[in-house]
Design a protein around this ligand. Structure first.
Ligand SMILES: [Zn+2]
Length: 246
């Protein structure tokens, strides 16, 4: 059965000699992997539309439960090639794409993740130097997947609490936490910005001006929580650290 949707390419991987497995984030079916036959041949109808970050209109053919439906059509809506050509920006975005692949199950319909990613790419194209766009994306993706840190109140007794415990994924007061280690202190501004970003729309991110200290605190909370919660470290971060150490 032929199906049509739109999707953003999260990654593509070689398959057999000349084929690719292309994984999309779609509004209809969440993360969706499709098989593309000979896309690297000269004159392939797919052209450059299978590159990561490409937003495309796609058609695919396969039975309802087929392991790997076949991609039959791919027309670029927006290439986002500027983001792909900037190596530093692309490494950062790749980390967000990998997080998406790890947090969202394949073929589970998800209407909020797709517009979130589309907004991230459009925002980064407009404001490539604003680090808050990526942090906002990660924070909201964690929330969609049910892994967002809970911040501001002790999750055991409800009292105000500023220490975030990685093992609980939440702030705890000193009485409830006891001698447990593995925490980071969150300043009141970091806590309020975090809770604000959890509720607000993406358009407010452009208007928000944070001090370097608050931004660093927010990034530390999100990235440390991801490192603790999402099994293993994200490969792209290791890759980026490897590049820095050269
Ligand atoms: Zn408590």
């Amino acid at each position: 059965m032929l199906k049509k949707t739109t999707g953003i390419v999260l990654r593509n991987r070689p398959h057999l000699d000349a084929d690719l497995i292309v994984t999309y984030l779609t509004p209809c079916c969440g993360v969706l992997s499709l098989y593309a036959k000979s896309p690297r041949k000269v004159g392939s109808r797919f052209g450059s539309s299978l590159e990561p970050l490409t937003y495309a209109r796609i058609g695919y053919f396969g039975k309802e439960q087929a392991a790997l439906p076949r991609l039959t059509q791919s027309d670029i809506v927006k290439p986002f090639s500027i983001l792909r050509e900037d190596t530093t920006a692309f490494i950062r975005i790749s980390e967000a794409l990998e997080l998406t692949l790890r947090l969202l199950p394949e073929r589970e319909p998800n209407r909020t993740a797709f517009p979130l990613l589309l907004n991230l790419l459009a925002s980064l194209e407009q404001e490539p130097g604003n680090p808050l766009h990526l942090t906002f994306y990660k924070l909201r993706l964690l929330s969609i997947a049910g892994f967002a840190p809970r911040v501001g109140r002790c999750t055991r007794c409800g009292k105000t609490a500023g220490r975030f415990y990685f093992s609980d994924g939440s702030t705890l007061c000193s009485a409830c936490a006891g001698p447990a280690g593995g925490f980071m202190e969150l300043s009141p501004p970091v806590q309020s910005v975090y809770n604000y970003l959890l509720r607000t729309g993406p358009e407010t991110v452009k208007r928000l001006r944070l001090t370097d200290e608050v931004l660093a605190g927010l990034e530390a909370l999100i990235n440390s929580h991801i490192n603790y919660t999402v099994v293993g470290r994200l490969n792209t971060r290791e890759f980026a650290e490897g590049l820095r150490s050269l």
